[in-house]
Structure formats: C-alpha cells, structure tokens
Design a protein around this ligand. Structure first.
Ligand code: NAD
Length: 419
C-alpha cells in the first residue's frame, strides 16, 4: 500500500516558500492546518432496493481572503488526506491569481461509473444536503472536479435551494447556463492551461508551431487543453485516459478523438482507433520524448519512481498535485521546467469567480468578455510568478507559493486572531 500523503506534500511546499520569504513560523503556521473538516456518512437507496452507505468530505482550508471555494470530486480512492490537500491547493491558487476567495474541496468515495444515473443523482443530492450546513454563497462555494459535471452542480444548486426555500444560484459554480452558469466556464480550466502554455513557451523562445505536446487525462481539463493548444499550432503526439494511451509522432487528429470521446457518456480511448496511432502504456506516455507534458488526470503521477525518466522540457500541471515533492527535486536537477498546478489550472476557479459575481449581480456577461477577463488574470498571475522566479532564483512552484503566501500572510495579519 502506498504511503503517499498529498497533504504532507502541500505542507513541505508551503514551508519551502516560507523559508525563501524569510517568514517566521508564527506568520504562516495557520496555513498548515485546514480551518474546518466535515466527514459525512449517508445512506442512499439503490435501484435494486438495497441501501448503501457512502462517505464524503468537505474541507475548508482557509477563509482568510474570502469565502472558501473548491470543487467536489467523486472517486473510489478519495480520502480525507486527498481532500485536505486539494482544499489547501485551492487557497494558494485563489491567492496566486488574486481572486477574493479562500480554499475548500469536497469528495465522495465512490466510483460513479458503477452507479445508474438515478443513483448518481440521489448520491449527489444527499451529499449536498449533508454539507449544506457549511456551504453557501457567502461561506463556501463548490464546483465540478474529477467525475463531476455541470448537471451535478445543477442538482446541488437545486437541493440547497429547496432546503433554503428560495433559489440560490451562487451556492455552486460550473452550473448549466440555464440556471445561472457562466458562458465559458466549462472550457475555462483548459483555456487557462492553453494561455499559460503559450506564455511559458514565449519565455523559453519555443515557437508553439514547432512544439510537441503530450496530454495525460482526456476529461474536461485534458481534452479542452489539448484542443486549444492544438488549435494554437502545437502537435499533440500523445494522449491517455484511465483506459488506454495513444501515440503518433506526426501528430494525432485531436478533433476526431474529441468527437469520439464526447459522442457518448463513458466513451474511453480503449475503444478508439486512429490510423498510424500506436497504443502505449501510461508509463510510456509520461516518459515520451516531447517538448511539453501536460498531466491532466490525478495526483502523484510524476513521482520518485518515474521522474528520472521524464524527457519533456516543460511540464504544465493541469491536474492538481500531479508531481510529488521528491519528483520536483529530480525534475529540477534535470532542468525540466514545471509550471505548477496552482497557476496552470487556475482558469477554472477564475471563471467560477466570474460566475459567482454574475450570480450576485443577477447579470450575465458575454462569452468574449469572460474569456478576455480570464486571459488578463492568467497573464498577470503568470508575469508575477515568472518575475519572482527570475528575481529569487526559485522554481516556478516555490515562486507561485511565495506570491500566494505573501497575500495570505497579509490577510492573517490584517484580520488578526479572534477573539
Ligand atoms: P474528469 O473527470 O473530467 O477527467 C479525468 C480524466 O483523467 C479522465 O480522462 C480519466 O479517464 C483520466 N484518468 C483518471 N484516472 C487516471 C489514471 N489513473 N491514469 C490516467 N488517466 C486517468 O476530471 P477533470 O475535471 O478534467 O480534472 C482533471 C484534473 O484537473 C484533476 O486533478 C482536477 O482536480 C484538476 N482540475 C479540474 C478543474 C475543473 O474545472 N474541472 C479545475 C482545476 C483543476
């Protein structure tokens, strides 16, 4: 059994950044602990009449800079440490891109692919009811993450609204447009990844038209990142999902892959064929000879075991926590540049923030406006992190944490300690 604990990873990263900033432990110690953790167990009636009990979590890491914010994940391996780490990453992500939120995350330990649609709805609604006492548009605002989507956010919005007795669109983001979702939210994380990819390639003088890219994960984030980066001129030479991976040196036809994956819910790469595309393993995918590697699946993908074999020049972390602390050291020694998750995948929470603002104003923005404002936020955050990296000779990850930690520590100081 693995001893990997993503929350320990987060704490090490925070301490590294604090050390580089010359902070006293008392300045930032609050950030090493989640503010509030809720564990829930709840029964759900299955289609065959039996009753199953599910376990879930909602962790609020910080509300120092505003209401806490973060997605909900449905996955069979989800546990408390994973949700705690994901919540902390949200705090630092919101700080680095300068949106007025703290961080939170939720998760239910379930493989949603084993549930019928009706069962999935009952699990989602009951989980929403269980966490209702601690969420709300002014407290903590969930959103989609791995294996959750807009439709499920709609069920959460409805459940919360029914319990309150009036419609509360601002309680979740990533909702369907018809009930207050924002244009551009579904694509936002991938769009942000594509913007950050463009920015880092510019800094490295690597023309995007000559760049080979590998993407692990073909869900919301991976597929849209691959699509947009491909449209910018890069060649996608490898892609993978939980079922299988494909490699084609001359470049995969991404439109065809995405058409297949989106044609039917549950479509996976194992059932897809493309002329000239070779089937490879996940390990082979991650260690392909490529310019850019984009992990867009889960945590702990680039670790002490495989980091030495990574051949990419640049890693753009579209997933949360795909690289362990040990792997970071190895990658750094090989001069592989890692653009950290809290910057690279922040596009999702930025547009979630725009959605929440639109809900509070009861006013809807045009998609162009959303995308433009997203680009401004992402480029500004990238410039700040890159500036810190150049000035302090720190990795991009440490630099991003330094910027976020400065903002967090400023909030702790200004607010003081209650009572
Ligand atoms: P998703 O459920 O839409 O897709 C996940 C993808 O990863 C699927 O293609 C799945 O097959 C693949 N996958 C799962 N397990 C795998 C494994 N063991 N090996 C290889 N591939 C595997 O999820 P998503 O929303 O695209 O999220 C992906 C990552 O991006 C997560 O780390 C998530 O926390 C992060 N993220 C998501 C958002 C968002 O807006 N959805 C925002 C920021 C960060």
């Amino acid at each position: 059994m693995s001893t990997y604990n993503p929350y320990e990873n987060v704490k090490t990263t925070i301490r590294n950044a604090a050390g580089k900033l010359g902070l006293e432990e008392s300045d930032y110690i609050i950030s090493l602990y989640p503010e509030r953790e809720l564990k829930v167990s709840f029964p759900v009636r299955m289609d065959n009449g039996s009753v199953r009990v599910f376990e879930g979590y909602r962790v609020q890491h910080s509300s120092a800079r505003g209401p806490s914010k973060g997605g909900i994940r449905f996955h069979q391996d989800t546990d408390e440490n994973e949700v705690k780490a994901l919540a902390a990453w949200m705090t630092f992500k919101c700080a680095v891109v300068g949106i007025p939120y703290g961080g939170a995350k939720g998760g239910v330990t379930v493989d949603p692919f084993t549930l019928s649609r009706a069962e999935l709805e009952r699990v989602t609604r009951r989980f929403a009811a269980m966490i209702t006492p601690i969420i709300g548009p002014e407290r903590d605002i969930p959103a989609p993450d791995v294996n959750t989507n807009a439709e499920m956010m709609g069920w959460i919005m409805d459940t919360y609204s029914m319990l309150k007795g009036y419609a509360v669109p601002g309680v979740v983001t990533g909702k369907p447009i018809d009930i207050g979702g924002s244009l551009g939210r579904t694509e936002a994380t991938g769009r942000g990844v594509s913007i950050i990819t463009q920015e880092i390639l510019k800094k490295l003088n690597m023309p995007i038209e000559k760049t080979r890219v590998v993407v692990q994960g073909m869900g919301n984030v991976g597929s849209i990142s691959a699509k947009l980066i491909n449209e910018l001129g890069a060649t996608i030479i490898g892609v993978g999902d939980v079922s299988s991976c494909l490699y084609k040196e001359s470049g995969l036809d991404m439109s065809d892959i995405l058409r297949f994956l989106s044609a039917k819910k549950g479509n996976l790469l194992k059932d897809y064929e493309q002329n000239g595309a070779k089937r490879i393993t996940n390990e082979e995918l991650l260690t392909l000879e490529t310019d850019v590697l984009i992990p867009a699946a889960l945590e702990n993908q680039i670790n002490a075991e495989n980091a030495a074999n990574i051949k990419a020049k640049v890693i753009i972390e579209a997933a949360n926590g795909p690289t362990t602390v040990e792997a970071d050291t190895i990658l750094d020694s090989k001069n592989i540049i890692v653009v950290p998750d809290i910057l690279a995948n922040a596009g999702g929470v930025v547009v979630s923030y725009f959605e929440w603002v639109q809900n509070l104003q009861s006013f809807m923005w045009e998609e162009d406006e959303v995308n433009q404002k997203l680009a401004v936020k992402m480029c500004k955050a990238f410039d700040a992190v890159y500036g810190m990296h150049t000035e302090k000779k720190a990795t991009l990850r440490t630099s991003a944490y330094m910027i976020a930690l400065q903002k967090l520590v400023a909030a702790y100081k200004i607010r003081g300690i209650f009572p």
